[in-house]
Design a protein around this ligand. Structure first.
Ligand code: NAD
Length: 296
């Protein structure tokens, strides 16, 4: 019997998907493999007998990749399995930054008891007036599973889409070419786009990639969306750019005390892939990868 240790709530890890010959273990020291969602493995003592880690999700910054490599532990993630879930929330974020949906909802709640609400609606319609995304320029930094989905969806909404990804394969670039104008220098995207969305992994080379130098060359009133990892954006620089009105809206899938209480900021608690469909897809793929590997 092969043993798998689950670091996140079991139901979310897909233990019911284990084929015959596999069981769960609470004790990582006994495990042949670890299945993990977004919990951090950085403080975990990696047992000598551990063969593999399955990350049910895309980002692997919660996995100690160097220690795994040194010990010969293979790490799998589930590329693309949650891309649709994240894409839908990115599009929602873009629309929320363009139409004051939150302001409108709060206004209706606050004024629900007001007898003059119908009359007042005329005033609030002006106060909450927004803009349309059709015809606007969207820059997508990183054209992997999620970036490509966002780029395609944005084209269908009438946006002009520019993409930057220095590592994209020829095949992937070709598939996207009808919808995305490929740019080989990210600065051109920063200079010309009305909306910029980041879909790159967090690595030393990408940490803080949105910083004061890059913000300075962006258009006044740019909208920035970060559904990848919090520290891709330098939060002090973002706070200053919001304060100065350089950034019109910042939408991020990560709580962040530096900007949480600022105007024109929408923060979410890492909800991008929090849909039943994405969770199921990731669990199925992670369990399959791990068990296929342990079989061979
Ligand atoms: P992916 O590996 O399919 O795509 C990442 C792309 O980034 C690749 O094509 C790569 O070539 C490109 N890239 C790497 N460095 C770059 C750089 N410096 N500039 C431009 N492009 C660069 O991954 P994905 O599934 O699209 O996910 C992207 C990131 O989104 C993940 O690493 C993860 O951190 C994050 N994510 C967030 C959620 C959420 O719930 N908010 C869910 C899934 C993934």
């Amino acid at each position: 019997m092969k043993k798998i240790h689950c670091l996140n709530p079991i139901a979310k890890c897909g233990t019911e998907l284990f084929p015959a010959g596999y069981e769960m273990t609470d004790n990582v020291a006994d495990a042949d493999a670890v299945l993990v969602r977004s919990a951090s493995m950085h403080d975990m003592e990696l047992p000598e007998n551990l063969l593999a880690v399955g990350r049910a999700g895309a980002g692997v910054n919660n996995i100690p990749l160097d220690s795994c490599a040194q010990k010969g532990i293979v790490v799998f993630n589930t590329p693309g399995a949650n891309a649709n879930g994240v894409k839908e929330l990115v599009i929602a974020g873009m629309l929320m930054a363009s139409r004051d949906i939150v302001g409108g909802i709060e206004w209706c709640k606050a004024n629900a008891e007001d007898d003059n609400i119908t009359k007042d609606t005329e005033k609030s319609k002006k106060a909450f007036a927004g803009c349309e995304i059709k015809g606007k320029k969207l820059g997508v930094i990183g054209l992997g599973a999620i970036g490509a989905e966002v780029a395609n969806a944005a084209t269908h909404l009438g946006m002009e889409v520019y993409g930057y990804d220095p590592y994209i394969s020829i095949n992937a670039a070709w598939r996207l070419s009808r919808n995305v104008k490929h740019i080989t220098n990210a600065d051109i995207i920063f200079q010309k786009c009305d909306y910029i969305t980041i879909h790159v992994p967090l690595m030393d080379s990408t940490r803080g990639m949105i910083n004061k130098e890059k913000l300075a060359i962006m258009k006044d009133g740019v909208v920035i969306l970060n559904f990848s990892r919090d520290t891709l954006v330098n939060d002090d620089d973002m706070a200053a750019a919001l304060d100065a009105g350089k950034v019109r809206y910042y939408v991020s899938d990560f709580p962040n005390p530096k900007v949480a209480n600022m105007e024109r900021v929408i923060l979410l608690p890492h909800l991008g892939a929090s849909t039943k469909e994405s969770e199921d897809n990731c669990a199925v793929m992670a369990v399959k990868e791990l068990t296929d590997y342990l079989e061979n």
